[in-house]
Design a protein around this ligand. Structure first.
Ligand SMILES: *Cc1c(COP(=O)(O)O)cnc(C)c1O
Length: 411
């Protein structure tokens, strides 16, 4: 790209898009309004009160009582790094499960923290194999941590976070769990599943802007980090220092919190509380069912088996003879619709259609089906006009009926 000349540059006005890729997803307008409120000092008592509320709201989202639950100033990747840099001391052995892009990044994090990764590989598009985790723990009794991704955004596959944690705990290892794409979109029950260190992101299923990473740490993790023999290598990330900023009410300056971004997250969490966590999960599932019905009516196929599919991230095989990138480009330029490309071994072979957060609603589903049908048909793929939309409407109707019947049964 040629650098634009300075005198031609004016205010940036982004185009209006429907974001159905792997994130960011669309943001609820109430969150955007909250972010435009006046800035106040980050040590202002009014701000401190907001921070305390935010911790309570995040505990609700994570379903935990962990005192150390707060948003890290940085995107999901910083949440990931925060877990590893605090919990992995030089020489520590960490079992890392890799079944997509983000497991691969965890390996990098272990190595950069001075640890030794023990890598368990599973096929992209399949869940982490619990038997392999059990075997790795038997062969490496000194492994202190098992790290895995709950909802792999690169493949649209869910792993059994509860079971993997049970196995780790049986061998006295802690878990680090990536819930960036999971939180808000499908159940993440931190206390019930006894997860130790969990990080997420604001830009996927929480209808919020990118740039923050909610984390929650169990008492076991906090104790471990407090008693580390070596200093945490990162000053900014050191949990022991952050504890005096987010951990208690007598706040001492650590860094200037991203004040307006936190207003946005606070509002996103209020929205989640108003909707109800279970209803948010149900909404993601409902729109997935309709999207699935429509995509299947178009003759398109899912990569992941139904039982481990994520409703919020749909991986679809590109039909033979169709130019994967050309379809995405046309969706964007003609319909203002963004969908994602495949990564790694799936590059060029799949589309990733996200239904996350504020994007998980009926108009996104209908736009996607109709736009995709239009573009594919022009490229010579056989599409019967209206069939996909009709299948989606039918799926919605069936689900509304089922919900109504359930309500009557309860009454
Ligand atoms: C998006 C994502 C991340 C990284 O989050 P950023 O906000 O992009 O830094 C990490 N893990 C998973 C599973 C993700 O989907």
């Amino acid at each position: 790209m040629v650098a634009p000349s300075l005198d031609k540059i004016t205010s940036f006005i982004p185009p209006k898009r429907t974001l159905m890729g792997p994130g960011p997803s669309n943001i609820n307008p109430r969150v955007l309004s909250a972010m435009s409120l006046p800035v106040i000092g980050h040590l202002d008592p009014a701000f401190a009160g907001m921070m305390e509320e935010l911790k309570v709201l995040l505990r609700y989202a994570f379903q935990t009582e962990n005192p150390l639950t707060y948003p890290i100033s940085g995107p999901g990747s910083v949440g990931m790094e925060n877990c590893f840099v605090n919990m992995v001391s030089p020489g520590d052995k960490v079992i890392v499960c890799r079944n997509g892009v983000f497991g691969g990044r965890m390996i990098e994090n272990v190595e950069r923290s001075g640890g030794t990764p023990v890598i368990i590989d599973d096929t992209w598009g399949e869940p982490v194999d619990p038997n392999k985790v059990e075997d790795a723990l038997k062969q490496n009794p000194d492994a202190r941590i098992v790290a895995f991704v709950h909802a792999e955004t690169s493949t649209g596959c869910e792993s059994d976070a509860k079971l993997l944690t049970q196995i780790a705990h049986k061998h006295d290892a802690m878990v680090i769990v990536d819930t960036v794409t999971a939180l808000g979109g499908c159940p993440v029950l931190v206390d019930e599943w006894k997860l130790d260190a969990v990080y997420s992101g604001t830009q996927k299923c929480l209808s919020c802007a990118p740039g923050l990473s909610p984390v929650t740490y169990s008492e076991r993790v906090v104790d471990y980090v407090k008693n580390r023999k070596t200093k945490v290598q990162s000053w900014f990330m050191d949990m022991n220092l952050i504890l005096n900023y987010w951990g208690n009410t007598a706040r001492t300056y650590h860094h200037t919190a991203p004040v307006n971004a936190l207003y946005g997250l606070h509002e996103a969490m209020i929205l989640l509380k108003e909707e109800g966590l279970e209803n948010s999960w149900a909404r993601h599932t409902m729109h997935y069912q309709a999207l699935k019905a429509g995509l299947e009516a178009l003759g398109l196929q899912y990569v992941v088996k139904e039982e481990s599919r994520l409703p919020q991230m749909n991986l679809i095989t590109v039909p033979d003879g169709i130019d994967e990138a050309a379809v995405r480009n046309e969706l964007l330029s003609e319909f203002n619709l963004e969908i994602g490309a495949g990564l790694g071994p799936l590059a060029g072979k799949v589309w990733r259609i996200g239904l996350m957060g504020y994007t998980a609603q009926q108009d996104s589903v209908m736009l996607c089906l109709s736009a995709l049908g239009s573009v594919l048909s022009r490229m010579g793929y056989p599409v019967k006009a209206g069939e996909a939309e009709a299948a989606a409407h039918k799926a919605y109707a069936a689900q509304h009926e089922a919900a109504a019947a359930q309500k009557t049964a309860k009454a």
